[in-house]
Design a protein around this ligand. Structure first.
Ligand code: NAG
Ligand code: NAG
Length: 333
């Protein structure tokens, strides 16, 4: 079955409306209803994923695993021998016809976080790899996303509308949240958006321009697109899934409803600048021995590798146009 793109986005609109009404009823009802709704979500998701299986980008598993040497153009082994996770990565990757190498998303991420491989040149390769494919030695290297992970990303995004990650906002900053001096809505749970904006607009000083940052997903990126999973990968606590459940116009409307005394001075798309600053911050976190040591002692070695990957991944998503970063400047009259 083939469905057109417009059917797909209409379907998603309906989906959003259903969940908007559900989220209203959840706030006014008891937990048994919530359980019912969760099972409803599961059923709806399974049915829809099956319906849309034509969009699953999976390699054919009759194909053979790729050559180590080709992968080494974009990945660097951290020791002279390939570790266990890199063997798994190779075993779970496939070369299909037309010289396409399919890398498993979860195996790749696992391999990097385990410390067996590093990306050779993230600013050069990662935006293309996340957007579609990167050309290596005449072969197209692409990511594929297992159905389970796609299902998980959609479900998490939907459920996160109903729950707060339970993180006090003041502490909810990743290593990158602190690199800029603006309030970043990436750390605000969907349910708290209204309250946080009301609090923010009432606490700013009159006449002083204030900026806040907002990430949104690319307009055409549907939940059923495998790239949704790739894009949502690091929007886990302390971050929230707000970029996937809200829009620029919603946030502007919320700012405008504060008794009419807020003027929005400018709305800028700062994706390119922000991506560059994230690449820079990731470079410092990963390569500056002092900063690295401090981060590892406060968190863990695995936490540090994840944070390094997070920085370049998010920067690459912005460069690839899968995420957009906005800076909204406003003033209280
Ligand atoms: C934001 O800027 C980026 C980079 O210039 C561009 O690719 C993207 O289309 C812009 N998005 C919107 C919604 O303006
Ligand atoms: C760390 O430095 C190396 C060598 O200069 C570079 O290739 C790598 O991309 C840097 N790491 C990050 C995350 O930028």
């Amino acid at each position: 079955m083939r469905l057109s793109k417009s059917t797909l986005s209409n379907f998603e609109d309906v989906f959003h409306q259903v969940f908007a009404s559900i989220s209203f009823s959840v706030t006014t009802s008891n937990s048994s209803r919530l359980i019912f709704l969760v099972s409803l979500c599961f059923t709806a998701l399974i049915v829809s994923l099956l319906l849309f299986r034509g969009f699953v980008r999976n390699p054919s598993f009759s194909a053979t695993p790729p050559d180590f040497s080709v992968l080494q153009r974009i990945l660097v082994p951290t020791s002279s021998r390939w570790g266990l996770s890199s063997s798994q990565l190779v075993a779970r990757s496939r070369v299909s016809s037309h010289r396409t190498i399919w890398l498993s998303l979860d195996a790749l991420v696992h391999c990097i976080i385990s410390g067996d491989v590093e990306l050779r040149h993230p600013p050069r390769d990662l935006p293309d790899l996340l957007r579609s494919s990167v050309l290596v030695d005449g072969s197209d290297v692409r990511l594929y996303v297992h159905l389970f992970h796609r299902f998980h990303a959609i479900l998490w995004t939907i459920l996160a509308r109903f729950f707060d990650p339970g993180m006090p906002l003041a502490n909810a900053q990743s290593a990158y949240g602190r690199s800029l001096d603006f309030f970043d809505l990436d750390f605000v749970p969907h349910r708290k958006l209204k309250i946080v904006i009301r609090h923010l607009t009432s606490s700013v000083r009159q006449g002083v321009p204030t900026s806040l940052l907002l990430t949104t997903k690319a307009q055409g990126l549907s939940m059923f697109d495998p790239r949704f999973t790739i894009t949502a990968l690091f929007f886990r606590p302390p971050r929230t899934t707000l970029p996937f459940t809200t829009s620029l116009s919603t946030v502007l409307t919320l700012l405008g409803t504060h008794g009419g005394d807020i003027s929005v001075l400018s709305v800028d798309n700062i994706s390119v600048r922000y991506a560059e600053s994230l690449f820079g911050a990731a470079n410092t976190l990963c390569n500056d021995s002092d900063i690295r040591g401090k981060f590892i002692s406060r968190n863990s070695l695995v936490g540090w590798r994840r944070e390094c990957l997070h920085g370049v991944w998010e920067a690459a998503l912005l460069k690839a146009g899968l995420l957009v970063k906005w800076k909204i400047t406003f003033r209280k009259n």
